[in-house]
Design a protein around this ligand. Structure first.
Ligand code: PLP
Length: 345
C-alpha cells in the first residue's frame, strides 16, 4: 500500500498513484478523505485507506466515494453504520490499534470491545487491523520489537472473533527495511517510494545496492549576475559581506517557495555541475549565490539545481534536511508542494 498523502510527499499524488497502480499497488494510503476523493476522480479503483481517522463531517464523503475508513475511536461507529445504511452499502473498515505509537488509535485493552462493537452494528465489516511504528527508522531501538509483539499479541485472538481473513499491516519504510517479521499481510512504504531512506543519509550509507534513487529535482534559473567589489554587504540584515571581488548570481527562489530562511548563508546549490554557496539572507522571493569560484563565467538563464543532481554532483534532500535541522520528508513536501511540478518519465 503506497502512501501518497501530502500530495505524494510533494511529488504529485495522482501522478504517483497512477505509477504505483501500474506497478501493482494493492491499495493506497492517504491522510484525509478529500485526498481519497481526488484519487477516485482520477480513476484509481483500489481500496483507499483514510489513515488519520474519521470524523463525522467526512463520513458521508468516505462512504459515497467508496473509501476505507480507518477507525481510531469507537465513538464514531454508530454514525458510520447509519451513513452506510443510508447509502445502502456495507463499509469495510480498518481498525487502528495504538500498539505503542502513543498518538492515535484503539488501545490494546479496548481492542476486543471495539471489535465486538463493530460486529454488533449493521452495514460494517472489519477488513483490516493496523498499527504504526514510532521509531522503526532507528535500527538500534528495542521499541520496534515491542510494538510488533504488542500488535501480534493483541490481534492474535482475532481469529476467535471471525477476523481470520482480515488484513494485518504495520510496516512503514523503516519497518519494511529494518524490522524482521513486520511485513505481515501488507506494507505501507512512503518515503522509500520517493527514493529516500527513513533514517536519512545513514540509511543510504548502510544500505545494500541497488540504492533507492531520489525522484525529485528542484531547479531554477539564474536571473541576474552581478560583479561586486570587496566589502559589499548583501541583502536583508547584511548577513554576508564580500571579502574579495565577487560574482554573485541572483536566483528567483525564496522562502515562499519552501527554500526556507534557515538556509541563509548555509545551503549550497549546483551550477555547471559544481557546488556554490548561498550567501546572505534568503528572502521571500530571492536568493543570492557566490559564483566567483566557478571556472567558467555564468550567465542569466543557466540552470541552478537546488535539490538533485547536475553533472557528477548531487544535493540530496537528506543534506538539505541537515542544513534545515529536519528530515527529508519535510524538504520534499515543502519543495514539491509549493512549486510548479513537471513529471518526467
Ligand atoms: C505516512 C505513513 C506511513 C509511511 O511512512 P514512511 O516512513 O514514509 O514509509 C505508513 N503508515 C502510516 C500510518 C503513515 O501515516
Amino acid at each position: 500500500m503506497p502512501l501518497v498523502k501530502a500530495d505524494g510527499y510533494g511529488h504529485g499524488m495522482v501522478d504517483c498513484a497512477r505509477v504505483f497502480a501500474e506497478q501493482g499497488a494493492a491499495a493506497f494510503g492517504v491522510a484525509e478523505a478529500r485526498e481519497g476523493v481526488l484519487l477516485r476522480a482520477a480513476g484509481i479503483t483500489q481500496p483507499i485507506l483514510v489513515l488519520v481517522g474519521v470524523i463525522s463531517d467526512t463520513l458521508r464523503t468516505i462512504v459515497e466515494a467508496g473509501l476505507t475508513p480507518v477507525v481510531t475511536d469507537a465513538a464514531v461507529l454508530p454514525e458510520l453504520s447509519r451513513v452506510a445504511g443510508a447509502c445502502r452499502t456495507e463499509v469495510g473498515l480498518h481498525i487502528k490499534l495504538d500498539a505503542g505509537m502513543g498518538r492515535q488509535g484503539v488501545l490494546p485493552a479496548e481492542f476486543i470491545d471495539t471489535v465486538q462493537a463493530i460486529r454488533r452494528l449493521p452495514h460494517l465489516r472489519i477488513d483490516g487491523i493496523m498499527a504504526h511504528f514510532p521509531m522503526s527508522d532507528d535500527r538500534q531501538s528495542d521499541n520496534t520489537v515491542l510494538v510488533l509483539d504488542m500488535f501480534l499479541k493483541t490481534t492474535g485472538s482475532s481469529a476467535d472473533y471471525g477476523l481470520d481473513r482480515c488484513c494485518l499491516h504495520l510496516a512503514n519504510s523503516g519497518g519494511l527495511f529494518y524490522v524482521a517479521g513486520a511485513r505481515l499481510d501488507m506494507v505501507r512504504p512512503g518515503i522509500a517510494l520517493y527514493g529516500y531512506y527513513p533514517d536519512g543519509a545513514d540509511g543510504r550509507k548502510n544500505a545494500v545496492s541497488p540504492l533507492l534513487q531520489p525522484a525529485m529535482r528542484f531547479v531554477t534559473r539564474i536571473i541576474q549576475v552581478r560583479t561586486l567589489e570587496a566589502g559589499r554587504s548583501l541583502g536583508y540584515s547584511h548577513l554576508f559581506t564580500t571579502t574579495r571581488p565577487s560574482r554573485i548570481a541572483v536566483l528567483p527562489v525564496g522562502y515562499e517557495d519552501g527554500y526556507l530562511r534557515v538556509l541563509s548563508n548555509r545551503a549550497q546549490v549546483l551550477i555547471h555541475g559544481q557546488r556554490v554557496p548561498v550567501v546572505g539572507r534568503i528572502s521571500m522571493n530571492l536568493t543570492l549565490v557566490d559564483v566567483t569560484d566557478l571556472g567558467r563565467k555564468v550567465h542569466p538563464g543557466e540552470e541552478v539545481v537546488l535539490l538533485g543532481s547536475q553533472g557528477e554532483e548531487e544535493i540530496t534532500a537528506d543534506e538539505i534536511a541537515d542544513w534545515m535541522q529536519t528530515i527529508s520528508y519535510e524538504v520534499l513536501c515543502l519543495f514539491g508542494n509549493l512549486n510548479a511540478r513537471t513529471m518526467v518519465e
